[in-house]
Design a protein around this ligand. Structure first.
Ligand SMILES: CC(C)(COP(=O)(O)OP(=O)(O)OC[C@H]1O[C@@H](n2cnc3c(N)ncnc32)[C@H](O)[C@@H]1OP(=O)(O)O)[C@@H](O)C(=O)NCCC(=O)NCCS
Length: 211
C-alpha cells in the first residue's frame, strides 16, 4: 500500500512524523509489546479475542504506524467475522476491527485517527459491507460507528453492550442481521509466521531498526 506520511505537533511542539504501512511478520513482537503497554494483560481475555484467536487478520488489512527510525508506534487490524444471520438465514459477512492502539507516550497526536482512516478505507476497498468493534462510542463515532446497528447482534462472551458498535459501509448491510458473531477468518499457521519473522522474539523491545 502507498505510504502515508503524517506530520503533527508533539506536546513539546516539535514536529512528529509517522507513516502508516501494512503490517509485516517482523512487526509482531513490537506490536504485542505495544498492545501490552496500551491495554494490559486483560486484553487477551476480551470476547473479541475469541473471534481472533487462531485466525489471521483479513488479508491486507493489518496496519502499523511507524516513526522515521522504524519504531512501531501504533497498530490496527481487521478480521473476517460472520455478523449473525440475515433475514434469509445466511451468515452476514463483516469485519471486526481491533485492537487499535498507539504508543502510550504518543497519544493524542493523530496516530489513532490515521490508523482508523487507513483501516476503514481498506475495508471499503475490499467490498466489505460493515465493520464492527467493541470500543468507546465517544472516540469511534467520528469514524461513523454507532450503537443501534448491533441491537440484534451479540459478542461471543462478556462485553459492555453500549460499547458494541458498527459502521455500515454499504447502507442497510446489517439490516435484520441477528445472532452471535462468529470467526470467519483464515486459520493461522503460527509455524509459518514464526519462520517468516519471529526469530527475533527473544528480546522484544519497542525500538526497531529500519523496517
Ligand atoms: C484510543 C487510541 C487508539 C487513540 O489514538 P490517538 O492517537 O491517541 O488518538 P488521536 O490523536 O487520533 O485522536 C485524539 C482524540 O481522540 C480522543 N480520544 C482518545 N481516546 C478516546 C476515548 N477512549 N474516548 C473518547 N475520546 C478519545 C482524544 O480526546 C482526542 O480528542 P480531540 O481530537 O477532540 O482532541 C489511543 O488513545 C490508545 O492507544 N488508547 C489505549 C488503547 C485503547 O483504548 N484502544 C481503543 C479501544 S476503545
Amino acid at each position: 500500500m502507498p505510504m502515508q506520511l503524517e506530520r503533527v505537533a508533539s506536546p513539546q511542539t516539535r514536529p512528529l512524523a509517522f507513516a502508516i504501512r501494512s503490517e509485516r511478520p517482523s512487526d509482531r513482537p513490537f506490536r504485542e509489546r505495544l498492545l501490552d503497554a496500551a491495554m494490559g494483560p486483560a486484553r487477551k481475555r476480551k470476547s473479541s479475542e475469541k473471534l481472533r484467536r487462531g485466525r489471521l487478520p483479513a488479508e491486507g488489512m493489518a496496519f502499523v504506524a511507524t516513526l522515521p527510525d522504524g519504531t512501531v508506534a501504533g497498530t490496527v487490524r481487521l478480521w473476517h467475522v460472520g455478523a449473525g444471520n440475515g433475514p434469509d438465514g445466511r451468515p452476514v459477512p463483516a469485519l471486526l476491527l481491533g485492537p487499535l492502539a498507539c504508543d502510550v507516550s504518543l497519544k493524542g497526536l493523530g496516530i489513532g485517527t490515521a490508523l482508523m482512516q487507513t483501516a476503514m478505507a481498506a475495508a471499503a476497498k475490499s467490498g466489505c459491507g460493515a465493520v464492527l468493534l467493541v470500543g468507546d462510542h465517544a472516540y469511534y463515532a467520528r469514524f461513523g460507528f454507532r450503537q443501534g446497528l448491533t441491537d440484534l447482534l451479540a459478542m461471543p462472551g462478556p462485553y459492555e453492550r453500549e460499547r458494541f458498535l458498527a459502521a455500515e459501509i454499504v447502507p442497510g448491510h446489517l439490516a435484520g442481521a441477528q445472532g452471535v458473531l462468529t470467526a470467519a477468518g483464515r486459520r493461522s499457521h503460527r509455524r509459518l509466521e514464526d519462520a517468516s519473522g519471529l526469530a527475533r522474539i527473544g528480546q522484544p523491545h519497542l525500538r526497531q531498526g529500519n523496517p
